[in-house]
Structure formats: C-alpha cells, structure tokens
Design a protein around this ligand. Structure first.
Ligand code: NAD
Ligand code: ISE
Length: 334
C-alpha cells in the first residue's frame, strides 16, 4: 500500500519533491499539500490530485496523511517538526532542521520522549554516488588517515533575501554535515573569514565567505562558500589523506566539441546537480518509513550542524575561532 504523504511548502524544492514522489519514487503518494501562498498550493494540489489544506498544522493532523514532508522556509521547520512528533508521524524535514541549536534541542527532547526516531533531515549529499564513493574509500583505509578537506560551494546566484548568516545556516550547512559524515568525527572549533567581496555583496550579504573547521583529531577543513559564482552551481570536495587524495567527481555531462572549442556543461543549481541523490534519498526514506525504522540523517545530525553554524556565525562576528561543543551523542541516536 502506498505511503500517504502530506507536503508543507510548495515552492521550488517542494514542487520538485512532489514530482519525484509521484513520478520516480515507488510506494508513495502525495495526498495533501499546503503553503502560505495559497494560489500555488491549490495549483499544485490540482496538478497532482492531492487535497489542499489551509495550514501546515491541518496537513499534519489529517487522518488522510501517514507521513509529512516539510519544504517551507527555514525558520518554519522546527515548529512543524515538533507538531509532527506530537502526532507520532514520520517527518522528512528539508535542511536545516532549525535555525538555532536551541530549537534542535527541543526537537531532540520531544523525539526522545516519544521513544522512537521520527525525524529525517534533508542532507541529501549523503545519498550522492560521488560522496558515497569518497566515504567508502576513506573507510577502506586506502589513503590512510584523512588530514585535510578542501571544499567549495558555489551557487550561480542567490535570492534577494539571502543574508550573510544564511550563507552559513542555509548553504554552508551542507558542507558542515558532509565533512562530519565523511570523517565520522565531531568538530572542535570553527571560524569564518571574509575575503575581498564580490561586486554583488552588501551590508546584508557578505559574499564570499570562507569556513574553517577543525575536528577533534585535528583534521582541517576549508570551504569557500560563494553565493554568486557568476558561472554556475559548482560543488567541489577533495580529501587529502596520508597516502593519497580523493576528489568528488564532477557531474557526468557530455563533452561537446563545437566551434573550435571543447566544453562541458556546468549545471545551474542543486536540482540538476543532485537529482539522483534526491531520488535515492526519498526512495530510501519511503522504504524505511514503511519498515518502521529510519536510517537517514537524524535530529542529532541536524543539531550538530546547527551548533556548528551558530559557532561559525559567532566567530565571524567576534573575529576569532570559536569552540564547538556538541556533547556526547545520545544512545538513542547511535
Ligand atoms: P521557496 O521559497 O521556493 O519555497 C518555500 C515555500 O514555503 C514558499 O512557497 C513559501 O510560500 C512557503 N512557506 C513559507 N512559510 C510557510 C509556512 N509557514 N507554511 C507553509 N508554507 C510556507 O524555497 P525553496 O528553495 O523551495 O526552499 C524550501 C526549503 O528547502 C528551505 O528550507 C531550503 O533550505 C530547503 N532546500 C533544500 C535544498 C537541498 O539541496 N536539500 C535545496 C533547496 C532548498
Ligand atoms: C539551497 O537551500 C540548498 O540547500 C542547496 O543545496 C544549496 O546549494 C543552496 O546554496 C541553498 O540555498
């Protein structure tokens, strides 16, 4: 029987996930949608034969809905996740889990009290073939102990409401999670550096920024987070080990020989670059919900990312590195 899903937020990624849940993923059906932009939500409901609900809470409490997908704006995530936990429904929440570590703590408390994992966070890179290959090689020991990660996160451009902090909490958060996952160890400290600014930057948006992280064993991570690359969406990651280095493969685009030039397409955004990762992420999520046992990124992972983001923002404001302390991982999340 299909898992009946309610989606809150029918913007860019909400619509893409509804398409994916309908056309790509097996065993699921989107039956309910809601958005504060009522017109869009009603159109999406009509297109997919789902029911429109006036509010996200109505979706969560509907008897028609087995599980919830949250794809609304970042600051709305925590409230909806807590409401899902109250009803005991599984919830897939796009990243970030929340915009502050305190809200993540509330979610962890509520989920632990409920007694079963209900929350998965949308850190889709963990489902990307390239990142999975990097992790397998690190874990095989082939390149020895990892010593450094050099990464970059370049968006073609940003939405007008994007802010200096969002570069960390909304974009850089993927880098925080993926390096933590690749290395399998917690961070000890972090710092953000600003560099010579892009012509589009302003008091509201410092761009680009460099995130520096250090793990407890001393691995150093540097990430360029650049919201206006001017040429495309480009995600890079190189892990330097004691005996070798490994690099995230670029997307498999076609080599074009034309007009006395050789060229490869560079994608415009995340929806193209990580299309397979999102498909795998949702198929695995639906399967695990149906098996009543979640395995993907947890509230604890969402919390680690938020604590780290908070420390990075503080470091930028104070001009010095900040200690990162997430404490002991609770047994519940091991
Ligand atoms: P968007 O602005 O295109 O869509 C967000 C939608 O949420 C809008 O339609 C808005 O009206 C709606 N909304 C806002 N507040 C709401 C509320 N309280 N209740 C219901 N609906 C509400 O943004 P987007 O790019 O689709 O991003 C949505 C979320 O997905 C964000 O949290 C973002 O961080 C995340 N995201 C993740 C990835 C990824 O790679 N995993 C990529 C893009 C976006
Ligand atoms: C967006 O919200 C995402 O999550 C994308 O994956 C990221 O690359 C982009 O910078 C964010 O704005």
């Amino acid at each position: 029987m299909d898992l009946k899903i309610g989606v809150i937020g029918t913007g860019g990624i909400g619509r893409d996930h509804i398409r994916r849940l309908t056309d790509v993923v097996t065993g699921a059906k989107v039956v309910a949608v809601s958005d504060i932009n009522v017109d869009t939500a009603k159109k999406v409901a009509q297109k997919y034969g789902a029911k429109f609900y006036e509010s996200g809470e109505d979706v969560i409490h509907s008897n028609e809905v087995d599980a919830v997908v949250i794809t609304s704006w970042d600051p709305t995530h925590a409230g909806y996740v807590l409401e899902c936990i109250k009803t005991g429904k599984y919830v897939f929440c796009e990243k970030p889990l929340a915009t502050t570590a305190k809200e993540c703590e509330d979610i962890i408390k509520a989920e632990t009290k409920f007694g079963k994992r209900l929350v998965q966070v949308g850190f889709m890179r963990r489902f990307d073939r390239g990142y999975r290959a990097l992790k397998n090689i690190i874990e095989s020991g082939k390149i020895g102990n990892p010593l450094m990660i050099h990464a970059c996160h370049r968006n073609l451009t940003h939405i007008p409401s994007h802010t200096t902090d969002m570069t960390i909490t909304n974009s850089g958060i993927h880098e925080i999670d993926i390096s933590h996952w690749l290395l399998g160890e917690d961070y000890e400290s972090g710092q953000v550096l600003t560099v010579k600014q892009n012509r589009d930057s302003s008091d509201k948006l410092l761009d680009p920024q460099i995130m520096l992280l250090k793990t407890k064993s001393g691995v150093r991570i540097d990430v360029e987070v650049n919201m206006s690359s001017g040429y495309g969406y480009d995600i890079q990651c190189e892990v330097v080990g004691e005996k070798g280095t490994i690099r995230l493969p670029d997307p498999n685009t076609v080599l074009v020989r034309y007009n006395c030039q050789r060229s490869y397409e560079i994608y415009e955004d995340w929806s193209q670059r990580f299309i397979e990762a999102y498909d795998t992420e949702f198929q695995e999520w639906v399967n695990s919900v149906k098996n009543d046992k979640l395995a993907g990124p947890s509230s604890w992972d969402g919390y680690i990312a938020c604590v780290t983001a908070d420390a990075l923002i503080k470091s930028r404001n104070q001009g010095k590195a900040e200690t990162i302390n997430v404490g002991e991982q609770p047994k519940f999340y091991k």
